[in-house]
Ligand binder design. Structure first.
Ligand code: PGA
Length: 261
């Protein structure tokens, strides 16, 4: 039987603010973004902002009534209890989050998060109904020694277990080569296309529905200059944007371009 090409929905743009900003700068950023979004009807539910945890509620309140959604940059793998400094998935839902980012390379490296913990976090997140964006990607050394596929596959396999399949609609994958993050050196279109089609193959091997239902994003030095060609790739469902999302002009421009794709 002939396989029908997957229908792409509107691209999803996820702004990862990381540990940047303060009350004043965030208020200014939100003010600029809202003006652009409301004026130009950008977004339509496909733009997600991930502020630092402490500002989540303020951002959620400020953005209520707009089409912009919010999410968190991480969640604890435990449900509740004596976890000093921990923030649970349920708490994130409570303050208005719809998304959570998991397994970002900065969390993997700075906090020693391994695939096992990331899987526990994913289980908690989807259990409460958050959409979870799980990041995968290789270092430059791994790329240079021909290990891209092996690394991606090793990071993906532990998280796409049978346990997750019933909630696969809540799972998104972000391919973020570590060398491309914050480096001003995005992966090439060919490298992105290759990695994302391999990710889809891995998903298809587990379950055909998982491959069809999972949105896959690209992240790593996405700007208004390269967003059009990245989103034009068949395999790409959206982008994870760090640095450029902190500049309201750049981010609005990215959203405007995405709207025309
Ligand atoms: P960048 O960050 O766009 O600044 O490269 C992306 C990310 O780390 O999510």
């Amino acid at each position: 039987m002939l396989e029908m090409p997957k229908q792409k929905g509107p691209p999803i743009l996820v702004a990862n603010w990381k540990m940047n900003g303060n009350l004043q700068s965030i208020n200014r950023l939100l003010c600029d973004l809202k003006r652009d979004f409301l004026d130009k009807e950008l977004g339509s539910g496909q733009v997600v902002i991930l502020p630092p945890h402490v500002y989540l509620q303020i951002v959620a309140k400020d953005l209520s009534g707009t089409s912009i959604l919010i999410g968190a940059q991480d969640a604890d793998e435990r449900e509740t209890g004596p976890v000093t400094g921990g923030v649970s998935a349920k708490m994130l839902l409570d303050v208005g989050c719809e998304y959570v980012l998991l397994g970002h390379s900065e969390r993997r490296n700075l906090f020693n998060e391994g695939d096992g913990v990331i899987f526990q976090k994913l289980k908690q997140a989807v259990k409460v109904g958050l959409k979870a964006i799980v990041c995968v990607g290789e270092t430059l050394e791994q790329r240079n020694s021909g290990q891209v596929l092996e690394v991606i596959s090793n990071q993906l396999k532990p998280i796409i277990s049978q346990e997750i399949l019933p909630q696969s609609e809540e799972l998104l994958i972000a391919y973020e080569p570590i060398w491309a993050i914050g480096s001003n050196k995005s992966a090439t279109i060919h490298q992105i296309g290759y990695a994302l089609s391999e990710i889809r193959k891995i998903l298809r091997d587990v379950d055909i529905n998982l491959s069809d239902s999972t949105k896959i994003l690209y992240g790593g030095s996405v700007t208004e200059k390269n967003i059009a060609e990245i989103l034009a790739l068949d395999e790409v469902d959206g982008a994870l944007i760090g640095g450029a999302s902190l500049d309201p002009k750049s981010f609005s421009k990215i959203c405007r371009i995405a709207k025309t794709i």
